[in-house]
Design a protein around this ligand. Structure first.
Ligand SMILES: Cc1cc2nc3c(=O)[nH]c(=O)nc-3n(C[C@H](O)[C@H](O)[C@H](O)COP(=O)(O)OP(=O)(O)OC[C@H]3O[C@@H](n4cnc5c(N)ncnc54)[C@H](O)[C@@H]3O)c2cc1C
Length: 435
């Protein structure tokens, strides 16, 4: 297996790495490589920060192990290699009446990356997290041995949401979810403010729901936005967006406060006062940003950070106060998403908890770094947690307090990998393998 030196980055482009990457195509190559020179796996680097980076060291990029090995159309169980991308699974299976049970906001995430962060989707309130639909994992240990683990094995809960620290996921058996076809019927409505948003989320019985928030709005309009509720369907689409690309690193003013305010006001009004229902191809709803190739270049060469936290239901006022702080700062980008989460999680280090989650992008500037630090403290005080798939700035002490099962997880990871050869930049920055 050849190692090649590469420069690569997290999706936010604020954190980067130079290191050697191997790209195995077959299980036999992967097991030989692990027996010889074990290293952590990376997927498609759709994590925003440093979860997918191993600066100055080696990493195994799994994108070439992307086969769908088996599918049972009566049960909806698919056996897939870890490098297959979720958007590809949706494309292949939706016309046959099945979808990955949980899909994050990008179809470019791999199955391995989705397991390692136990990702959530727009249906978390009803379907739970990705790992709850994984029936078995084939895990390659640091000595190259292969092991099939199922949810009743303690290593399963350390591997799901386990940041790649227990071994390399080579393949997984996924329970897909029945769907009505490859289109989605989306009802969009304007929401006047924060309380209205929470009331709509709590009353919604839609299978999928997600809120876009105008994070520049203040006063009575604080928390205004658009709620989308959706169900899968079949038939003709009424709305289709074309593919676009960002051809170069955008200049600094592209996302200045004035531009963002104008954009957000127009985006809010894009939905008529009375709301509307549209029928879209499923990927336009599940992966809206994937249509804009390289959209992460919009923030210029310095890149950006995403802050995502979840707080318990009773702490919704604390989240409202955080949004107020963000709006006042003038640093918000147009990308701000609010979701209702259910309790579902499958791993010791899984992010979800029953409550509300807010995700928002900020340009990589000193002022934003300070603001994100304040939001981290607010999250901790509210009994919430920060999402490691998005983080690039948090402190290890906060993370330990936010993830009460951290010590159990670290013990399992250290047992699987005593010398820490699977550690990544994120693990070192937050010192997550120390108990
Ligand atoms: C536009 C956008 C929207 C997003 N929306 C959501 C969302 O709605 N919900 C959500 O939960 N997340 C969301 N994410 C985050 C994304 O789903 C996760 O970061 C996911 O892990 C990315 O998968 P990847 O294949 O790119 O993994 P990478 O980013 O390359 O790696 C992530 C982690 O997985 C580990 N890993 C990867 N492959 C393997 C493997 N085969 N074996 C063991 N460990 C492995 C790596 O070591 C690393 O720790 C979004 C990201 C983007 C860019």
């Amino acid at each position: 297996m050849r190692w090649k030196t590469a420069n690569y980055a997290g999706w936010g482009r604020a954190l980067r790495a130079t290191g050697q990457l191997a790209r195995p195509e077959r299980l036999s190559t992967l097991t030989a490589l692990m027996a010889d020179e074990p290293a952590p796996a990376i997927g498609n680097c759709r994590s925003y920060g440093d979860a997918c980076l191993n600066h100055g060291r080696q990493a195994v990029q799994m994108l070439r192990m992307d086969r769908i090995a088996a599918f049972d159309p009566t049960t909806g169980i698919a056996t897939v290699e870890a490098g297959v991308q979720l958007g590809e699974l949706a494309r292949v299976f939706a016309p046959r009446g099945w979808l990955p049970a949980v899909m994050p906001g990008t179809g470019f995430a791999t199955v391995g990356g989705a397991i390692a962060h136990d990702v959530h989707g727009k249906n978390h309130h009803v379907a739970g997290s990705f790992g709850q639909h994984v029936r078995a994992i084939t895990l390659i240990g640091i000595d190259g041995t292969s092991r099939r683990i199922t949810p009743d094995d303690p290593l399963f809960a350390a591997t799901v949401g386990g940041l790649g620290q227990t071994g390399i996921i080579a393949s997984a058996e996924l329970q897909l979810l029945k769907c009505k076809g490859d289109v989605i019927v989306v009802t969009e409505r304007r929401i006047a403010g924060w309380d209205d948003f929470l009331a709509h989320f709590d009353a919604s019985d839609a299978s999928y729901s997600v809120g876009w928030i105008d994070a520049t709005a203040q006063g009575d309009s604080l928390g205004r936005g658009i709620l989308e509720e959706a169900e899968t369907g079949s038939g003709l689409v009424t709305q289709k967006g074309g593919a676009k690309a960002v051809p170069f690193d955008a200049p600094g003013f592209a996302l200045s406060p004035a531009v963002v305010r104008l954009f957000n006001a127009a985006y809010f009004r894009r939905v008529p006062d009375k709301g509307r229902t549209v029928v879209k191809p499923i990927q336009d709803f599940f992966f809206p940003l994937d249509r804009i190739r390289d959209w992460n270049r919009l923030y210029g060469k310095e890149g950006f950070h995403q802050f995502q936290c979840v707080v318990p239901v009773a702490q919704a006022p604390a989240l409202r106060a955080m949004l107020g702080r963000i709006a006042k700062s003038g640093l918000a980008s147009p990308l701000a998403v609010l979701k209702r989460m259910g309790p579902g999680r499958a791993g010791l280090m899984s992010f979800p908890m029953e409550g509300y989650t807010l995700a928002i992008d900020f340009p990589n500037r000193a002022k934003a770094t300070r603001l994100i630090g304040e939001l981290e403290a607010d999250t901790l005080a509210a009994g919430g947690r920060i999402y490691l798939a998005k983080d690039s700035l948090a402190k290890g002490s906060s993370l330990r307090a936010m993830y009460p099962e951290h010590a159990t997880w670290a013990a399992a990871a250290n047992a699987a990998d005593p010398d820490g050869v699977l550690a990544t930049d994120l693990i070192r920055r937050l010192d997550l393998r120390t108990i």
